[in-house]
Write a protein that binds this ligand. Structure first.
Ligand SMILES: [Fe+2]
Length: 237
């Protein structure tokens, strides 16, 4: 079975269209998203409509939960006060501009999705099996990985949230951070798509592709979102 995974899209419809086309080109059997559909870029409603139209299932991210339930904070972590202030403007903008339909879609998303492939248990969640806003970076120690595997009760774990893709195997456990379609933070501004082939083995591929970043940059500025996030898209930081 071949899966296409769309990590943190964050309102970036241009990147989403390109990433989804790669799924089609790769002839994946099924496409999933790992949540965090709005924020930072302005196309939250378009992203939700696209996912619904193409029947792409997925899980609820911390940002989706906070937007859908009108929480005072998105539950994200920021590096400094300036970044936090910019993120707050973007969060407020998203809550104000999100459609009822998109909010209802976000509310309907499950915390996780589980299924079996070739006798292997697969689990998709946003950040960790227990919390949707904990940052699971690759540098975490082996003990943490194995604890998460125990909590997930799965062999193959697929998630996002950090916007930095990685794949790690420990014994018969597979840990796959799908990265971010719409706002990569690993220094590569191209959209990031994760393709996972599961048979006897598990093969993981991260595909990067350019998209019309300037169109999104212009839209961020035109819609009154902080220019800060346009710069972040270009820098991929
Ligand atoms: Fe997130």
């Amino acid at each position: 079975m071949k899966l296409g995974i769309l990590g943190d899209i964050h309102g970036n419809i241009e990147a989403l269209k390109v990433a989804y086309q790669i799924c089609l080109d790769e002839k994946v059997d099924k496409v999933y998203h790992t949540g965090d559909l709005g924020g930072y870029a302005p196309f939250v409603n378009e992203v939700v409509d696209f996912l619904v139209e193409h029947k792409i299932e997925g899980v609820q991210g911390n940002y989706d939960e906070a937007v859908a339930y009108d929480r005072p904070h998105c539950g994200c972590k920021y590096e400094n006060d300036h970044q936090a202030a910019m993120a707050y403007i973007s969060f407020k903008w998203t809550k104000k501009n999100v459609s009822e339909r998109a909010k209802n879609y976000m509310k309907s998303l499950p915390f996780s999705i589980s299924f079996q492939v070739e006798g292997k248990k697969v689990k998709i969640f946003h950040a960790t099996p227990l919390k949707n806003n904990l940052y699971w970076y690759e540098e975490r120690d082996t003990k943490f990985y194995l604890l998460m595997a125990e909590k997930a009760n799965a062999q193959i774990m697929i998630y996002g949230h950090t916007h930095i893709p990685y794949f790690r195997r420990i014994d018969d456990y597979y840990f796959i951070n799908a990265g971010s379609v719409g706002q990569p933070k690993d220094g590569d501004p191209r959209t990031c798509l994760c393709v996972i082939e599961i048979d006897k083995d598990v093969k993981v591929q991260f595909i990067r592709k350019e998209y019309n970043i300037q169109k999104v940059v212009k839209a961020i500025i035109q819609k009154g979102l902080p220019e800060f996030f346009a710069e972040k898209l270009i820098l991929a930081k």
